[in-house]
Design a binder for this molecule. Structure first.
Ligand code: GLU
Ligand code: ZN
Length: 492
């Protein structure tokens, strides 16, 4: 069997972590099995549709390097792949079910349906949902309604007896009593628009989808879909519902946990390879231990067996860690071009950068590379090179366990060691040793000497390694900033 899978998002919001996890699993499963990955846009809900979400879908997949074999833009033999362009198809198939008595016209007004709903709620009736009022209209009744110009919806006849079972590769057999399935759901609305269930089933069939890999929250729709396949006389694809994506607190991942839109991660400076790698590990593993996978690896090695059954946790810290690893693995030239927009955005350099600025960015890359978790970290880490905003609060200079007098001495004598050492070409290691001896002499920890110096030079307690900072800033500016800090401590 030739594997054919699809990612079928609704363009009603930005692509989020859970969505692209589904896309990645489908894509890798297709690639690893020599199959086809299809992109289908499920835009039947025109009220929630937005152009922006569609753009975001394309640009996000593009950024991740995920190419679809069939779908919008690229086309394919079973198109169109945008549901709003397929409405004739859905109408035709819905009518076919009506003709065969498997679906029927319903002329109930919204007011009547609301009344039914109210009564059910008041009587606390066990029976919820449509009361099948129009399930057995005669031909003449139907004609009568139609002649009055009332536009019917089409409802699917769900059996009231028996059970429906479908097999899920991950979850096993899932069985539901037919009477627990929503009674006779609308499959075609009165304006001729299909509902999700109808369009989804028809398209998966017509597009020859072999495996349906989608989020577990779609399991409740499974039995109804199976009944629809049976009504059409079609083979049911294989189901493979993916584990839920949770936050660390065990709740479904949502904005409460932090950003979930891929676009936000991208803006903050996560690399596509880090997102792709980590997100694929949310609910999947190859052997329980391998952590690093490139897209090319996963295109070969992804297996359905590796998908977990239990909910998976999306851990922001772990993603940061992966991102840091990928940043360090990044070539310096690529990293320079990746951090440039952040420096431009911060107003540190021109857009486009001048030749001098380009050179500076090149120099910045090796030290910042070791300290960045995300690309946007380049801004706070290098701000001291572009902005001279001295810290005037003395307490910031004073390390834990030191006091003002010690910090002042550390600054005065430390500056002397540092500047004369560097001017005389003393090696960094010896200078560091001298600074450590100074700390011992002053009876404070090593950081008691380094912190005031660091704050004086970089206006921050977290920064690049000291000698890198000095090299980037230049000795003259370094000396000037140290002097200024010493002055601050001499004031009363
Ligand atoms: N359009 C549905 C969604 O947005 C697709 C569900 C499915 O994959 O069947 O999730
Ligand atoms: Zn009705």
């Amino acid at each position: 069997m030739d594997v054919r899978v699809r990612y079928a998002p609704s363009p009603t919001g930005l692509q989020h972590i859970g969505g692209i996890r589904t896309a990645l699993f489908n894509y890798f499963f297709a690639r690893a099995n020599g199959g086809k990955f299809i992109l289908r846009v499920e835009d039947t809900d025109r009220e929630r549709y937005s152009d922006e979400s569609l753009e975001d879908l394309y640009s996000t997949l593009d950024w991740l390097g995920i190419k679809w074999d069939e779908g919008p833009v690229v086309g394919g033999p079973y198109g169109p792949y945008i549901q709003s362009e397929r409405f004739d198809i859905y109408r035709e198939y819905a009518q076919r079910l009506v003709d065969e008595g498997k679906a029927y016209y319903c002329f109930c007004s919204p007011e009547r349906l609301e009344e039914v709903r109210k009564q059910q709620a008041e009587s606390k009736s066990e029976y919820q949902g449509y009361d099948r009022h129009c399930a057995h209209l005669s031909d003449s009744e139907i004609k009568e309604y139609l002649s009055q110009g009332i536009k019917p919806v089409i409802r699917f006849r769900v059996p009231t007896e028996g059970k429906t079972t479908f097999h899920d590769i991950i979850m096993g057999d899932i069985t539901r009593r037919n009477r627990d399935i929503s009674p006779d759901p609308v499959i075609l609305k009165s304006d001729g628009f299909p509902t999700y269930h109808l369009a989804n089933v028809i398209d998966d069939h017509l597009m020859h989808i072999t495996h349906i890999m989608r989020a577990q929250e779609w399991i409740p729709s499974g039995p109804l879909h199976v009944l629809l396949y049976q009504a059409f006389g079609w083979e049911v694809p294989q189901y493979c519902h993916l584990p839920m994506v949770m936050g660390k607190d065990g709740q479904k991942l949502s904005k409460r946990h932090g950003s979930t839109a891929v676009r936000d991660f991208r803006a903050k400076g996560y690399l596509p390879e880090a997102i792709l790698n980590y997100v694929t590990l949310v609910g999947w593993s190859l052997d329980g231990s391998t952590e690093f996978f490139s897209r090319e690896d996963l295109e070969k090695r992804f297996t359905m067996e590796g998908i977990h059954k239990s909910p998976a946790v999306f851990d922001y810290k772990k993603l940061d860690w992966f991102n840091g690893q990928y940043i360090r693995a990044c070539g310096n030239d690529r990293l320079a071009s990746l951090v440039t927009p952040y420096l431009e955005e911060a107003g540190f350099i021109h857009t486009p950068p001048t030749a001098d600025e380009e050179k500076l960015v090149e120099d910045i890359v090796p030290p910042v590379k070791e300290r960045m978790k995300t690309l946007s970290d380049v801004v706070p880490l290098t701000a001291f090179l572009f902005r001279d905003e001295p810290v005037t609060d003395r307490s910031v200079y004073i390390a834990k366990g030191a006091d003002e007098a010690a910090a002042a001495k550390a600054l005065i004598r430390g500056s002397e060691i540092l500047i004369s050492g560097l001017r005389n070409g003393t090696d960094e290691k010896s200078i560091e040793e001298s600074l450590s001896s100074l700390a011992a002499e002053l009876g404070i920890k090593v950081n008691g000497v380094f912190q005031p110096i660091r704050v004086a030079i970089t206006a921050s307690t977290v920064s690049l390694p000291l000698f890198d900072s000095i090299r980037l800033l230049g000795l003259d500016r370094t000396e000037e900033r140290l002097r200024r800090a010493i002055k601050l401590f001499k004031e009363n």
